[in-house]
Design a protein around this ligand. Structure first.
Ligand code: ADP
Ligand code: ADP
Length: 229
């Protein structure tokens, strides 16, 4: 399970102005699909249809052969984790933020999620109520730390599908390396991954879709795309 199919998907935020046109692709269970392309190409829009923030204007998005519109939101939520640059974190402790994903998670599971998302530093802080807004040493969590906390929270749910929209991210290089390592771990575990970002995960993705002007203009593996140019 974890098979995604976009079938001739069109989407317009404003009638007559299409942000996506004729989008068709599949992600088989455990595959990684990377979306690349210039700003405004439609990457975030494409990804948000999978989380059902919007429904297509034309065509369909399917999960395991079923139209997303026919799947209960509750069920969708248990299968799909959606992490964006703006993923909400509560002004609460790290443990409370993690437990939001799974209130029954044990201390060991919280620690494991932190390890997998490369936020080892947070493990020690879990019982002590390290705050998401103001850290132990009085500093705010960085953008990268917040993002890794959002990834850790997503991992706690063991989703079949993780969609990650980092189109606008400006991570420092250390955070970037950690997020990269966390994603590689998910790839090894064969979580279906759909990512819009600029990290080198793109290099090892099973499929790369190049978007421009709301259309897929190129597709293939990294080496296939290099051979084209
Ligand atoms: P990317 O993620 O590749 O930068 P987006 O999906 O954000 O691209 O944007 C695709 C197109 O849709 C752009 O023309 C953008 O201006 C437009 N767009 C994005 N979000 C909205 C919105 N909420 N309302 C109207 N237009 C939008
Ligand atoms: P998690 O963040 O661990 O995936 P939940 O799925 O329980 O936890 O919480 C909502 C998460 O899903 C947030 O990260 C949010 O960005 C994302 N999300 C999924 N669907 C929606 C939606 N329809 N509107 C806003 N956010 C959504």
């Amino acid at each position: 399970a974890g098979h995604i199919a976009y079938r001739d998907v069109t989407f317009a935020y404003v009638a007559g102005k299409e942000a996506l046109r004729g989008i068709s692709f599949e992600a088989r269970p455990g595959e990684t699909v990377a979306l690349v392309g210039p700003s405004g190409a439609g990457k975030s829009t494409l990804i948000s249809l999978m989380a059902r923030l919007y429904d297509p204007t034309g065509g369909s998005v399917e999960l395991d052969g079923r139209d997303l519109r026919d799947i209960r939101l509750e069920s969708l939520r248990s299968h799909i984790a959606y992490v964006t640059q703006e993923s909400f974190l509560f002004h609460a402790t790290i443990a409370e933020n993690l437990r939001f994903a799974r209130s029954d998670a044990s201390q060991e599971e919280l620690e494991e999620a932190c390890r997998r998302a490369y936020i080892h530093d947070f493990i020690a802080a879990l019982p002590r109520g390290y705050d998401t807004a103001v850290g132990e040493r009085g500093h705010r969590l960085s953008g990268g730390e917040r993002q890794r906390l959002a990834i850790a929270r997503a991992m706690l749910k063991n989703p079949r599908i993780l969609i990650l929209d980092e189109a606008t991210s400006h991570l420092d290089s250390e955070s970037e390396a950690y997020v990269q390592a966390a994603l590689e771990e998910l790839m090894r575990e064969r979580t279906t991954l759909v990512i819009a970002h600029r990290l080198s995960t793109v290099l090892t993705a099973d499929r790369i879709l190049v978007l421009d002007g709301g259309r897929i203009v190129e597709r293939g593996t990294h080496s296939q795309l290099l051979a084209l140019n």
